[in-house]
Design a protein around this ligand. Sequence first.
Ligand code: 5GP
Length: 116
Amino acid sequence: MSETTETIFSKIIRREIPVDIVYEDDLALAFKDIHPQAPVHILVIPKKPIPTLADAESQDHAVLGHLLLTVKRVAKEAGLENGYRVVINTGDDGGQTVYHLHLHILGGRQLSWPPG
Ligand code: 5GP
């Protein structure tokens, strides 16, 4: 499933390409998606290059929890009081295109269900 740990998101973490960052700490980075699918579309990533959720291990439990709490914080700061969706596309069937674990925050409009 995972081919490499060096992705475009590694370059974003190192500030080698332009990015609109909305939050950063020692473990996580949050930035605006370059192709937003909703009025608010933010990606939350670990600085550790875990390729997919399926590659996460028990030793990653703290960073995984931190990512969810970062989602909560970033969504609140983005003004998503009416709700939002958190998506983790995982592997080929999950539609994952960047193999560095990331949580999509989608909000600012009514989202439909089920997704395609
Ligand atoms: P996936 O399909 O892997 O779940 O999501 C990858 C996301 O990364 C996509 O929504 C895509 O628009 C976003 N993305 C890909 N390259 C870049 C980039 O260089 N900058 C930013 N900000 N987002 C990117």
